[in-house]
Ligand binder design. Structure first.
Ligand code: GDP
Length: 300
């Protein structure tokens, strides 16, 4: 995965040096933990997350678990793997479906994060799995947003609920609310509501997103975050957590060459699981997120 290429190389270099040693002294462990710490910080992983992570790795690496292992270096690598999986959320968390359809999924995030594209990806993925998704254009802020979602719906081969293109003066809360009633009468089993986002966190738009959330009581609120966002990730995620209390995270643009660590910190900082990963502009560049697979790719 391009995003974590550098981090991956750095860690693999650290482990290569570690494997050359038979038994491990406390200073070997400290040296290794220091290198891991630097690699994570250079990859933009948030400081609090790095501190907690390296603290746990160090504690376990100095314990009997490693002392008594047949291959101490390998045991340290295993510990780093386990702790990385833990940061990424531990177990895979699947999308939650409502007992009584339609399942309502609301998307939130900054403008350009990849929400509209994700709406199409998610709809296509659901449709392939036998679901009948309806895309809802509740982003009436950006003049082009309704048209863009219409194009995405066409590409995904799914239905859309939207005000007339260009008619950007409607009330997004109303549109979102009406779309649920429409989905019920037309028997769509999932409703994916795209919402407006600005370049920075914006109080008015956050209020609007929060009002949409209250009006439609979604089963999932997915916070879409661009892996390229860098150190602002934590602040942005916290603002959205406060504003819309999202239930899950989607990491987008993991195909880029950004360092990506900031976005990786989001699950750990907010306590919300990463549910999907987006890996390109195409509607098929998308997959459910598996913490253990991501950890293996980073540590490969
Ligand atoms: P929105 O403003 O949050 O709705 O973001 P968009 O869905 O419009 O995406 C913004 C830009 O990012 C578009 O040019 C998309 O094609 C692009 N994009 C979205 N997801 C990905 C991804 O996973 N990888 C890459 N490389 N580009 C993406």
């Amino acid at each position: 995965m391009a995003t974590f290429g550098n981090l991956s190389d750095r860690l693999s270099e650290t482990f290569k040096n570690l494997r050359k040693k038979g038994s491990l002294s406390a200073s070997d462990v400290d040296g290794t933990v220091r290198e891991i710490r630097r690699a994570l910080l250079d990859a933009d992983v948030a400081l609090d997350v790095v501190k907690e992570f390296t603290g746990k790795v160090r504690e376990r690496a100095l314990s009997d678990e490693v002392n008594k292992a047949l291959n101490p270096a390998q045991q340290v690598v295993q510990i780093v793997n386990d702790e990385l999986v833990a940061i990424l959320g531990g177990q895979q968390r699947r999308l939650e479906f409502a007992k009584n359809p339609p399942t309502v999924i609301m998307l939130a995030g900054l403008q350009g994060a990849g929400k509209t594209t994700l709406a199409g990806k998610l709809a296509k993925w659901l449709a392939k799995d036998g679901h009948t998704p309806l895309l809802v254009a509740a982003d009436l802020q950006r003049p082009n947003a309704v048209t863009q979602l219409t194009v995405v719906a066409e590409q995904a081969g799914v239905a859309i609920y939207a005000p007339e293109p260009g008619n950007g003066v409607g009330d997004p809360v109303r549109v979102a609310k009406d779309s649920i009633a429409y989905a019920k009468t037309k028997q769509f089993d999932t409703v994916i509501v795209d919402t407006a986002g600005r370049l920075g966190v914006d109080a008015e738009l956050m209020k609007q997103a929060s009002n949409i959330r209250k009006a439609i009581d979604p089963d999932e609120v997915l916070f879409v975050i661009d892996a390229m966002i860098g150190q602002d990730a934590v602040k942005t995620a916290q603002a959205f957590q406060e504003g819309v209390d999202f239930t899950g995270v989607v990491l987008s643009k993991l195909d880029g060459d950004a360092r990506g660590g900031a976005a990786l910190s989001v699950a750990s900082i907010t306590g919300r699981p990463i549910i999907f990963a987006s890996t390109g502009e195409g509607l098929d560049d998308f997959e459910p997120f598996h913490p253990d697979r991501m950890a293996s790719r980073i540590l490969d």
